[in-house]
Design a protein. Structure first.
Length: 132
């Protein structure tokens, strides 16, 4: 899993003096009908693992999107406008999305911009800290 590998590799940057290899993590995926490759939950899982180590919860009402690859970079979001619309449908207060998707949101209607706070992150570490 890319999330755990990224956590182990970048532990100092993400969780300071905590040692993730000294902890046992258990993640339960309820499934949503998608094949595992389509879920692409690396970044949300990384945020959850870091939060568990630091005793921090993500902000309520926040949706975090972004596929984390094994090298630690964030993969491109294919349809950011549709993701924003879905986040609003689900009554999210904040959408955390990669800054590379910013231009895709140019056509988002003005009334939708007023219904959700869209925050951008530049990399996985930035997303982890903005999720709290």
């Amino acid at each position: 899993m890319s999330a755990s590998k990224n956590l182990y590799t970048r532990a100092k940057e993400l969780v300071g003096d905590r040692y993730p290899r000294e902890h046992e993590f258990s993640i339960q995926d309820a499934g949503d009908g998608c094949r595992p490759k389509e879920r692409r939950l690396g970044l949300p899982v990384l945020v959850a693992l870091c939060g568990a180590l630091l005793g921090k919860n993500t902000r309520g009402g926040t949706i975090l999107v972004g596929a984390l690859n094994l090298g630690g970079s964030i993969d491109m979001i294919p349809n950011a406008e549709r993701i924003a619309e879905l986040a609003i449908e689900k009554q999210a207060q904040t959408l955390l999305i990669p800054v590379a998707a910013r231009k895709q949101l140019n056509n988002l209607p003005d009334d939708l911009w007023t219904r959700i706070s869209i925050e951008f992150y530049k990399d996985a570490a930035d997303a982890v800290f903005k999720a709290w």
